[in-house]
Design a protein around this ligand. Structure first.
Ligand code: EPU
Length: 346
């Protein structure tokens, strides 16, 4: 099999922030066999390898990437009844996440309806344990099959093996980087009621017993009103992670900012929306310079209209500095830096 390799492919064409210099080599793989071949080729040439899905959560350096970027373009999803009301969905890593959500809702399968309109691929969704309005990938995930980049062997990871956390999984750890997600299996429930944990979502629904399709539509409306359209401007959704604080730290901060929202998590920590801090405490909503700024309607979202990766990193650093100054808190990027950086950007 001959691999389809391009040289010096601009990463700005393949990332939703629309920045990034050339990938020295760019390989689009249609499935498992090509992925294995591409990984072996990169290893033989002693080149670093990066596996890219939809490019919706990365900040690619203006200097590009001095190795091989593999673009997962594998397609396919199967839906099979497994007894009771459960349906097993097995989807390939290159499938578009939002299309899978639409298909599941169409088939009256509950579990993903609140995660509509999130850009990116299934592989990226699994690795980043994406979530919205109270649901996360981990809630329906059964297992993941991933390929070891060194020997090309496939292994199955149980949900526990995946070590899912808030916007994080085994596949984002240094050991997990040895693996590329190939496909994943989920259990969805036919006819189950939609998930309505999130007050803002509940408040927007008019019917007392909304259908999955109504919930999906409502989420789409909320997101369209609040988030920029990634087809039109450069964005990666939330640029930073929300904060998870110890109760004492939260109370201390709340003494200074009595309106600060906080939601208790299962492990006792308090989730604090960083968007609130950036906006109401630091005044950064709509703030920026040149061609990069924080979104007017959601301060957690960075927008790029023709700036560089360096501009974006600089704006993010400045925001982090201001948050530290106002609150003493260190914030983390949700977006993943990719490529050659003179200093680590995150
Ligand atoms: N807020 C402000 N000003 C802002 C932004 C937010 O005051 O400019 C406050 C509001 O009080 C709001 C609260 O922050 O009620 C939370 O904001 P929002 O509901 O918009 O959600 P978020 O915490 O900013 C997270 C996810 C989103 C996801 C939404 C809905 C992260 C980092 N982000 O955002 O995911 O869509 O919840 O569930 O967890 C993404 O990860 O890329 C993403 C868009």
């Amino acid at each position: 099999m001959a691999l389809n390799i391009r040289e010096n492919e601009p990463l700005s064409r393949h990332t939703t922030l629309r920045v990034g210099g050339p990938a020295r080599y760019w390989v689009e793989v249609a499935g498992e066999a090509e992925l294995r071949e591409a990984a072996a080729w990169a290893a033989d040439a002693s080149l670093p390898l990066f596996v890219l899905g939809g490019g919706s959560n990365v900040l690619a350096s203006d200097h590009g990437f001095p190795g091989v970027v593999v673009h997962m373009a594998s397609r396919g999803a199967t839906f099979a009844d497994v007894g009771g009301a459960y349906v097993r969905v097995i989807a390939e890593a290159g499938e578009e996440w939002d299309a899978l959500v639409a298909e599941a809702v169409e088939r009256n399968l509950a579990g993903w309806e609140t995660m509509a309109l999130i850009p990116g691929t299934l592989g990226g969704a699994v690795a980043g344990n994406i979530g919205a309005y109270g649901a996360e990938i981990k809630d329906t995930l059964e297992w993941v099959e991933a390929m070891n980049r060194r020997d090309g062997k496939l292994a199955r990871f149980s949900l526990a093996d995946c070590q899912m956390q808030y916007r994080h999984s085994f596949f984002k750890t240094p050991a997990g980087r040895e693996w590329a997600v190939v496909r994943a299996s989920f259990l969805l429930q036919r006819g189950a009621p939609p998930r309505l944990d999130y007050p803002e979502l509940r408040a927007r629904l008019t019917s007392p017993k909304p259908t999955l399709a109504e919930v999906r539509q409502t989420v789409i409306h909320i997101r369209q009103a609040k988030l920029p359209d990634w087809q039109k401007v450069g964005t990666a959704g939330s640029f930073f992670k929300n904060l998870r604080l110890d109760p004492e730290d939260f109370q201390q901060l709340r003494r200074r900012y009595p309106e600060l929202p906080g939601y208790a998590e299962a492990d006792g920590r308090i989730k604090v929306p960083l968007g609130y801090i950036l906006d109401k405490i630091c005044g950064l909503r709509g703030w920026g310079w040149g061609k990069v700024r924080f979104h007017e309607r959601q301060a957690l979202v960075l927008i790029n209209e023709g700036g560089t990766a360096a501009d974006i990193a600089q704006l993010a650093h400045e925001a982090a500095r201001r948050v530290r100054e106002a609150t003493g808190l260190a914030i983390e990027w949700e977006v993943e830096p990719l490529g050659d950086w003179e200093r680590p950007p995150a």
